[in-house]
Design a protein around this ligand. Structure first.
Ligand code: HEM
Length: 229
């Protein structure tokens, strides 16, 4: 509960820093790095709250011993973290409308001007076309990884909730990629863009919650309950 309190207070502080970054005459929109920091801090708070609650659920007490599956889920989560950061950059820089085409990015798979802003670090942090390319690329990589994870996870015998969470994860990823594509190709229509962007953000949070639930189930060491190598 103390950690929850600290994370909540931190979120307020980061929120204020973000708002302050937009209080610049003739700018009046927040910095994309500050917005992303606020998004990630919110996700940390969400994950901690869910972890806390899930651990109290009787249906999550039956653990599953599968180091291999847990490693795959860890790799997926690391990649997802970077995808969430780049999602924040996409929203903060209004990068969708820079390339409202799919499957190509303005007619190219490796778009021009990806390295137009000096150093690699500067391009990765501030160049909308590079950020667009990374966000799309990571999405396809994540989708492949989640399919690979699912093929393995579906073979593991867990309880009903564990099996449902695995099916939910694959379904949410497919939906998320579809929503991302729809967000991009509708990004010149302001009204559609808002709804699609918000739905895309909501599904990202549902993915994070589902993965948190799966981590509560998966253990690397035997603590009683289901055993699967
Ligand atoms: C693996 C799946 C994906 C995840 C987890 C993900 C996650 C996110 C997140 C968290 C945001 C920030 C939302 C916000 O703060 O408003 C975002 C924004 C965005 N994403 Fe994705 N994304 C994924 C796939 C895709 C794909 C495949 C595309 C397009 C081909 C895409 C296009 C966009 C666009 C255009 C935005 C900016 C929306 C806005 O300006 O409000 N995403 N994404």
């Amino acid at each position: 509960m103390a950690v929850l309190f600290v994370l909540g207070a931190l979120q307020g502080l980061v929120g204020w820093i973000m708002v302050k970054s937009g209080l610049v005459p003739e700018k009046y929109y927040v910095g994309h790095v500050e917005l992303t920091t606020h998004l990630i801090a919110a996700i940390v708070l969400l994950v901690y709250t869910a972890w806390f609650a899930f651990n109290l659920l009787p249906s999550m007490q039956q653990k599953i011993f599968s180091p291999a599956l847990k490693n795959k889920l860890t790799l997926l989560s690391i990649l997802l973290f970077f995808q969430l950061v780049y999602g924040g950059f996409m929203a903060g820089l209004k990068a969708a409308s820079v390339a409202p085409t799919w499957p190509s990015i303005n007619g190219k798979y490796f778009p021009e001007y990806m390295f137009a802003e000096g150093s690699l670090a500067n391009n990765l942090l501030n160049n909308t076309i590079m950020i667009h390319f990374v966000h799309r690329g990571l999405a396809y990589l994540l989708l492949l990884l989640v399919i690979f994870y699912s093929i393995n996870a579906f073979k593991v015998k867990g309880n009903k909730l564990f099996n449902s969470l695995n099916k939910l994860l694959l379904s949410l990823f497919l939906l998320q990629v579809l929503l991302g594509i729809l967000t991009v190709i509708n990004s010149t229509d302001k009204q559609k863009m808002v709804w699609l962007g918000v739905s895309h953000q909501l599904v990202a949070m549902l993915i994070v919650l589902t993965i948190t639930g799966l981590f509560v189930f998966l253990k690397k060491q035997i603590q009683g309950g289901q055993i699967d190598k």
